[in-house]
Design a protein around this ligand. Structure first.
Ligand code: NAD
Length: 260
């Protein structure tokens, strides 16, 4: 479905972003992987993509806390593929603490990575999509983009913010064949939430697996983690022609979390 298209997936060295990059490549898209990680592991990942999907693969390790690094990232992706057809803003970080104890530097980093980075990539890559006459911007928000929880002030501000930005970009591109949507996952068992599971297990004096169940019991009625590939398949659907009239939406995949 996506042969000849090119995608930049930020934060695709692990977790949800990696699953999205795999799913887009499986549909034939050339992919620029992006994120932090060990050079050896990343080199291996690129080789694996080329072998598994027979598509062009590039990589950028740009630290998206910094606008100048994002400019380089956008330029590298455009130079490599001519332009980027599919932009997935997915890189994200978390920190938990009550607001009075929340380190200001962590606030700045979370807003930069989870929100401002998407502003920069989108403003830099939209002109190429407009010129090509087709595009998809997909933002990984969260159930925490729709409802709040305690001790996550920066994350929740950023995830709500990216839904607002999604709507603006959708309106500004509404009369073109470009769409912009947000995906709002509930708990997905990746590196990003492992520390929260460990903390819960420690607080309750139970095993890691019981800590994970406690986390689910609090928020996610299905009592199952969302699989990264279930998020990725929504991204693939959003790239299809069937989804061409879906724009400005925040799509939940959260086992019932936000239905409560
Ligand atoms: P993850 O930790 O596996 O992936 C995060 C990715 O972002 C990695 O590739 C990492 O290298 C990259 N990244 C982090 N900081 C960066 C920086 N400064 N510069 C460049 N890259 C950076 O976690 P994940 O769960 O796969 O998270 C992906 C997205 O999904 C995030 O936006 C997260 O908020 C969102 N999300 C996760 C969950 C969940 O339960 N795991 C739920 C809802 C939304």
């Amino acid at each position: 479905m996506l042969a000849g298209k090119s995608a930049l997936v930020t934060g695709s060295t692990s977790g949800i972003g990696l699953a999205i990059a795999r799913a887009l490549a499986a549909e034939g898209a050339n992919v620029m992987l992006h994120g932090l990680g060990e050079p050896d592991a990343i080199g291996q990942l690129c080789e694996e993509f080329e072998a598994d999907y027979d598509v062009e693969v590039a990589f950028s390790g740009a630290d998206v806390r910094f606008p100048a690094a994002i400019e380089t990232l956008a330029r590298d992706a455009s130079d490599r593929f001519g332009h980027v057809d599919i932009l997935v803003n997915n890189a994200g970080i978390q920190h938990t603490a009550p607001i009075e104890e929340f380190p200001a530097a962590r606030w700045d980093d979370i807003i930069a990575v989870n929100l401002s980075a998407a502003f920069h990539t989108t403003r830099l890559l939209l002109p190429g999509m407009r010129e090509a006459g087709w595009g998809r911007v997909i933002n990984t928000s969260s159930a925490h983009g729709l409802v709040a929880s305690v001790e996550k002030v920066a994350y929740i501000a950023a995830k709500h913010g990216i839904i607002g930005m999604t709507k603006v970009v959708a309106l500004e591109t509404a009369e073109s064949a470009i769409t912009c949507n947000a995906i709002c996952p509930g708990w997905v068992r990746t590196e990003l939430i492992e520390r929260q599971i460990e903390a819960r297990a420690e607080d309750l004096g139970v095993s890691i697996e019981e800590g994970a169940r406690a986390l689910l019991a609090e928020k996610q009625p299905s009592m199952e983690f969302v699989e990264p590939d279930q998020v990725a398949q929504i991204a693939v659907f959003l790239c299809s022609e069937a989804a061409s009239q879906i724009t400005g939406a925040a799509i939940s995949v959260d086992g019932g979390w936000t239905a409560q």
